[in-house]
Design a protein. Structure first.
Length: 402
């Protein structure tokens, strides 16, 4: 019986994780469920899974949840705040932690799980993008097992040799092909992107996901973040990672070998496949995902990415090449920009220029500690926030809000 802590249980990945767990009660027991503000959803999850602990964002929400659970006869202990997340991610009795908080807020609890040597199922790509070197060093020092949940990285993991230890040459790997759906605006005339609304940006053609990653997919910053994620997970440099637009989202990514072989993982676009793979690894369990029907798919298309249409992808390449604090700066500026876009404070086409301005203003410095990563994150967040506020006070038109 594996005991689980689920960080971000009320989100898209959290809910899919619980769906897989629900199918295998003899294998998994949920020890802690952690969410932020969605008390109603967390209440229902606690009633169903009866975890020992639950975490919410603040004391007031904790009181609300505690009262409701007590009235329902549920004995789950309710805690709140970032320290509680770190504590429950590193409890001695926890075997595996699903890291599915969105954004930089997930870094410290995910790192706490890594430092405690847990099996860490990593959905929270922002944590690795921000703190790559610190994170991977912590994995090596603690002996934690890091399993990728991001579908592309899970596909690459499955397509690499089982004994791959981060040395391309030793394993005969010549490169990675990272597939991308191209998002909802792959064919939209570039001139029309200025009027895109948050709901249009979040209407992903293939994947159902949280709003932040949906906007990232629409700008293709998601693929940029995934390139940086791949660099750290597999120790492959940027020049050996090719982004490939693949609108059907059936080939989840590929590994090229020096002998000309190309191995891939295929499946329906449903996150329960990588979640089930990582939960059971190295075994296999049912996920609830329907078998892939190649006759229904019929055609697989592949295109080169268009950097003019997707400037965020070029910004991510730039940050990856610059190294040091640049990916943390990129990630923080992107989080502020996406939030401002979702709130209607900036337009869709202002996201990339805002990130570029922050990257220009804050040169990449060396980062070897978590404190330095967090300082870079804070500086970029402050500057990006200032730029958004200045635009608002200058009376900049609010673009693209329905
Ligand atoms: P989501 O917005 O649906 O859910 C986010 C979860 O994080 C929620 O449970 C929320 O309560 C929690 N959360 C948010 N802020 C928090 C905070 N400050 N403290 C504690 N908890 C907080 O997001 P999602 O789509 O499930 O994505 C989660 C992560 O997984 C992201 O990093 C995303 O990039 C990655 N990911 C998601 C998918 C997908 O299909 N949804 C695919 C690949 C990777
Ligand atoms: Mg992905």
């Amino acid at each position: 019986m594996q005991k689980l802590t689920i960080l971000g249980s009320t989100g898209s990945i959290g809910v899919s994780t619980l769906d897989v767990v629900r199918r295998h009660p003899e294998r998994y027991r949920v020890l802690a469920l952690c969410a932020h503000r969605q008390v109603d959803k967390l209440f229902e999850q606690c009633i169903e899974f009866q975890p020992r602990f639950a975490v919410v964002g603040d004391a007031e929400l904790a009181t609300r949840l505690r009262t409701r659970l007590a009235a329902a006869g549920c004995t789950t202990a309710v805690e709140h705040g970032p320290e509680a997340l770190c504590r429950l991610a590193s409890l001695p009795e926890v075997d595996a932690v699903m890291a599915a908080i969105v954004g930089a807020a997930g870094l410290e609890p995910t790192l706490a799980a890594v430092r405690a040597g847990k099996k860490v199922l990593l959905a929270n790509k922002e944590a690795l993008v921000m703190a790559g070197a610190v994170f991977i060093r912590a994995v090596a020092e603690s002996g934690a097992t890091l399993l990728p949940i991001d579908s592309e990285h899970n596909a690459i993991f499955q397509s690499l040799p089982a004994d791959y230890r981060g040395d391309m040459a030793v394993s005969g790997v010549s490169g990675l092909l990272l597939t991308a759906s191209g998002g909802p605006f792959r064919k939209t005339p570039v001139a029309d992107l200025v009027a895109v609304t948050p709901d249009q940006a979040c209407a992903h053609p293939k994947w159902s996901m949280g709003r932040k990653i949906s906007v990232d997919s629409a700008t293709m910053m998601n693929k940029g973040l995934e390139m940086i994620e791949a660099r750290w997970l597999f120790n492959v440099p940027a020049e050996n990672i090719q982004v490939v637009i693949h609108p059907q989202s059936v080939v989840h990514s590929l590994v090229q070998y020096v002998d000309g072989s190309v191995l891939a993982e295929l499946g329906n676009p449903d996150m329960r496949t990588p979640i089930a793979h990582a939960l059971a690894y190295p075994e296999r369990i049912a996920s609830g995902v329907a078998p892939l029907d190649l006759f229904a798919v019929a055609q697989l298309e592949f295109e080169r990415p268009d950097f003019a249409r997707f400037p965020c992808l070029a910004l991510a390449y730039r940050a990856l090449k610059a190294g040091g604090s640049a990916p943390a700066t990129l990630n923080a500026a992107n989080e502020v920009a996406v939030e401002a876009f979702l709130d209607g404070r900036i337009g869709f086409t202002e996201i990339a220029p805002l990130i570029a301005t922050v990257l220009d203003a804050l040169p990449a410095g060396e980062v070897t500690t978590l404190a330095e990563v967090l300082a870079a994150d804070r500086a970029a967040r402050e500057l990006a926030g200032q730029i958004v506020a200045e635009r608002a006070s200058a009376g900049a038109a609010v673009i693209g809000v329905a």
